[in-house]
Write a new protein. Structure first.
Length: 186
């Protein structure tokens, strides 16, 4: 397949990338490669996922998926969020999630922090993702953002062993101590 020198990559290009153990994502047609996450990152993600599942899946308000899963926002935007909550089951296809989800959570790693906080956050905001959360295991901090007119605004945050009450989801409280307990950091 021949491509123009400055052509944006598409989902078809993404599918053609050989499996090599790295994480590939396409944002606005540009490919980004990151190393596999650490066990500390994965443990934090898994523990937050359990709390989100207890809230969204038990109430029937949505389904929670964890990476790797393709979130296909456009032909030129294919990401793999750490966690994604889907309220519209019609957006779940054999290829991945093919619509704007309700909530995206990125768990920071030193190698992905700038990418998650800036590149991906701006793109998710442009696609009108309603809620975007950033979980920082090194700082033991959760930041919950709400999309207001195409930009994410911090709505609530917490750190350490706090319980974070998320006002946009009635009855959802995230117990941060359950995420950080007895884990090796780094």
């Amino acid at each position: 397949m021949q491509r123009a020198l400055n052509a944006k990559l598409t989902y078809d290009d993404y599918e053609a990338i050989p499996s090599d153990g790295k994480t590939y994502q396409i944002v606005d047609g540009e490919v980004f490669v990151t190393p596999a996450p650490s066990p500390f990152h994965q443990r934090s993600s898994k523990r937050l996922q359990r709390q989100l599942e207890a809230y969204f899946e038990l109430s029937g308000a949505g389904e929670v998926f964890n990476a790797p899963i393709d979130l296909i926002l456009s032909p030129h935007d294919v990401t793999q969020p750490d966690l994604v909550v889907v309220a519209d089951k019609a957006s779940i296809t054999r290829r991945g999630i093919e619509a704007t989800p309700l909530l995206i959570v990125e768990v920071l790693s030193p190698s992905t922090e700038q990418f998650d906080r800036h590149v991906k956050a701006q793109r998710y905001a442009a696609f009108r993702v309603p809620y975007y959360w950033v979980l920082d295991p090194d700082e033991q901090r959760l930041e919950c953002y709400t999309n207001i007119e195409g930009a994410f605004v911090l709505s609530v945050s917490g750190e350490g062993d706090a319980e974070v009450v998320v006002p946009v989801f009635t009855g959802l409280t995230i117990d941060l101590s359950a995420i950080w307990r007895s884990g090796v950091r780094g």
